[in-house]
Write a protein that binds this ligand. Sequence first.
Ligand code: PBG
Ligand code: ZN
Length: 333
Amino acid sequence: MRKLKITLPGRVRPRRLRQTQSMRDLTAETHLEANQFILPHFVLPTKKGEKPIPSMPGISLMGIENLLKQVESDLDLGIRSVLLFGQTAEGTKSPEGESAADPDGAVQQAVGHLKRMFGDDLVVITDVCLCSYTDHGHCGLIKDNQVDNDSSLRPLVETALSHAHAGADVVAPSDMMDGRVAAIRDGLDDSGFQNVAILAYSAKYASAYYGPFRDAADSAPAYGDRQSYQMDPRNIFEAIRETELDEQEGADMVMVKPALAYLDVISAVRSATMLPLSAYNVSGEYAAVKAAAEKGWLEESKVVRENLIAIRRAGADQIITYHCRDALQKKWL
Ligand code: PBG
Ligand code: ZN
């Protein structure tokens, strides 16, 4: 055999800093902490009750009392921010989704109770959309068989106002209508809610990863899809444009959604804005990990940690994720 001459690395050896756990921790570039997590909740229009969501093991729809108990124990884990979605009582869906702005609706009730119980210890963020309240399941109003942009703004503003009245700290419009951040900002300011912040779902893609959520929130469109308002997954410049518009319209925080299939978008948006950037690790991303873990095909603790780190490393400041209770409770981070 011919004698090989192997060139050795010499002075420069990156492995020096990887030798021990303490050395790796000392030089780690990315950190996950409880303060960065936002946990979504699905609120039932009832006092009590808990309905597990089959495609999202560990996550349930909750009546108000169950929600209060859950949030209290999550606070002990350090989860200080929640994002609320609501279901409307049976038979209350309508073409214009008026029940979204019902002061006695599930979200409005939940906000009131949460703020009375936990005050400033908890950041209460509410999802503002119509799809769980319209009988057609679209995020805006229908005119001539189209989801109409401008007429959808009024009910969205009314919904945001009803959340602000209930005491929400932050309202988060997820409908993707043009101009809704400006409309909501003006609506809030006109009603004396200058201090209610807006977290804009700025770059929200038309994604197949929302499947489990739509079952949970009972918000699947009855016909058609959401491609005329949510973004095309092929686009990234458009995400920057959407973010810039929302920033000009008065958004306080912006969001990229989903997260894992859009890490490049997170990174691009991070360098395009100085606003806090949230990433939404959505229901389908959660379900995929859970299903593989249940089969024993993936090690859940390690995969969740790796995914959450990836989202932070890409540039997200906050992560909206269904994994955060497990991750903190079971010390996966
Ligand atoms: C509805 C809404 C959706 C999600 C949040 N708000 C679904 C959709 O747009 O179809 C998805 C959240 C998730 O999948 O976890 N406006
Ligand atoms: Zn919607």
